[in-house]
Design a protein around this ligand. Structure first.
Ligand code: AMP
Ligand code: ZN
Length: 121
């Protein structure tokens, strides 16, 4: 378990098991939890253990981690039998709707998703 080192970050606290969450998957570098305030029948968050504030804070050293993050997206989608499809969202920054400053991927599924600006979490 590495780099979950922001004392007050909720996702770092969940990674360190100082705060509770409903885990769906976890490994050394990535974990997946159910969103506490789901916007759809399936609403999961795929989260790197490393505290990376947002997309803009990524560096080339994180390339392997990002590849693995999307491997986990595929794995979880298969586990949840989301063959009919799902939406992946990464909000970045305040105007992007990001409310937790620790990079995370939303997986949203279970209802027909059109494209509407106000439908994004
Ligand atoms: P974003 O707005 O893209 O930063 O997404 C943050 C997401 O984290 C929101 O969908 C919240 O509902 C969710 N969230 C915040 N706190 C928790 C928590 N303690 N456990 C699970 N999900 C959380
Ligand atoms: Zn964090």
């Amino acid at each position: 378990m590495t780099n979950t080192n922001e004392p007050d970050c909720i996702f770092c606290r969940i990674s360190r098991q100082e705060a509770s969450a409903e885990y769906v998957y976890e490994d050394e570098t990535v974990f997946v939890i159910k969103d506490r305030f789901p916007r759809a029948p399936v609403h999961l968050l795929v989260i790197p253990r490393k505290h990376i504030a947002r997309i803009d804070a990524l560096s080339s050293g994180d390339n392997g981690l990002i590849v693995h993050l999307f491997e986990v997206v595929r794995l979880v989608a298969a586990t949840y039998h989301l063959e009919a499809g799902y939406r992946v969202i990464i909000n970045s920054g305040a105007d992007g709707g990001q409310t937790v400053s620790h990079l995370h991927v939303h997986i949203i599924a279970g209802k027909c998703l059109g494209f509407r600006e106000d439908a994004a979490p």
